[in-house]
Design a protein around this ligand. Sequence first.
Ligand code: ADP
Length: 450
Amino acid sequence: MRMFNKILIANRGEIAIRVMRACRELGIPSVAVYSEADKNALFAKYADEAVFIGPSPSSQSYLKIDNIIKAALETGAEAIHPGYGFLSENTVFASTCKENGIVFIGPPSTAIDAMGSKITARQTMKEAGVPIVPGIEEGINDPDEAMDLADGIGYPIILKPAAGGGGIGMKIVGSREEMLPALTSSQSVARNAFGDDTIYIEKYLTEPRHIEFQILADEMGKTIYVSDRECSIQRRHQKLIEESPSPVMSDELRERMGSIAVKAAKAIGYASAGTVEFMYSRGDFYFLEMNTRLQVEHPITEMVTGVDLAKEQILIAAGQPLNYDQSDMQIRGWAIECRINAEDPLNDFSPAPGRIKGYRSPGGPGIRVDSGVYSGYLIPPYYDSLISKLVAHGKDRREAIARMERALYEYIIVGVKTNLIFHKAVLRNARFRSGDFNTGFIKEENIAEA
Ligand code: ADP
């Protein structure tokens, strides 16, 4: 069977290490690329080889396609894993890899393209018979038109940048009067963040849950869903705590939503690991978007299914057939992930980079820590503020919660401010423990003030 001689990881931090761990288990040497600020980062030391690719700002290093390709060619890496963020959903990068005879470990660039614009994705999904959130499938041209369209959909609505990500530029509009300022603001944020100010409208669902499905597809077209994930614990539309399975999931609903997720992936000729995101509201569910990469929260799916998603991505990219059938995807127990960030709880959870002076991560039964830090490590200000992903697995939700609480108690991080206190507050919250919550949870429960 064909396998890569060497893989370059075009990313940094915990996800670079996660992928290198998969390489190591497969017996494949790994190549790290690092910026000035990451000279002493763990992932650069963990790799078998490391290549310097430029100054600290990601625009001059982790986003520099030419530098990364050059590093792959120079080290003789046959494939590149992009991780998440940075160039992971960049079709120019995927095709540049191909032009240089390097395998991009991810889906075909046509599939990335099909999901790149939220508007195109909605059109494609509608045609494929996948239910989408009510709204429009084209960009807004002027405010009058927007108001008429919103009247038709019914308030509240949400304005979204077509090129969006990370919740950036989204605006909830409650009435016709609020439309003009909201649209102007959305457009200017989108223009700055994405270089594209195309905005469209979706019905704003009240009290929805964010439920997503991990899928795996090989290059022969075999496609399965792996597990569902509940991602409703969010601040500013950003996920903070995820769990698998979702507390509202039944076997029947999982089969229904999972089959739709597979249908969505097949409609765009998907191959690799991917995630189909849904909004779930009172028994109904709607396609939100598809992420054409490995996601931050992938470990909870690995914990409950035993599937190594990073390894599967590599095997699929090497042209191997999927080793699993749908019937192999049995969920065992429950897994929860807390995103531990360097953030200041007393300053609106704004990023708080700095030097970690003391560090001891939790352990014991059912605990997994995916991290790229160590004692003495300086968290640079240039990138995201993720310190680690703390994952707890138990035989049921109650045990997973108990293990997470214990692990949060054990976690020692000295020198930088973190959101550990936030996670502790959520874990002991009665509504969280009951499983009865939605994306409005943090606001409604005032957790940020805890
Ligand atoms: P992004 O790609 O910027 O992350 P998404 O479209 O994935 O944006 O939405 C992120 C989050 O915003 C969702 O998980 C949900 O909490 C909220 N959201 C998005 N669209 C809607 C909607 N139509 N109704 C209610 N909440 C929404």
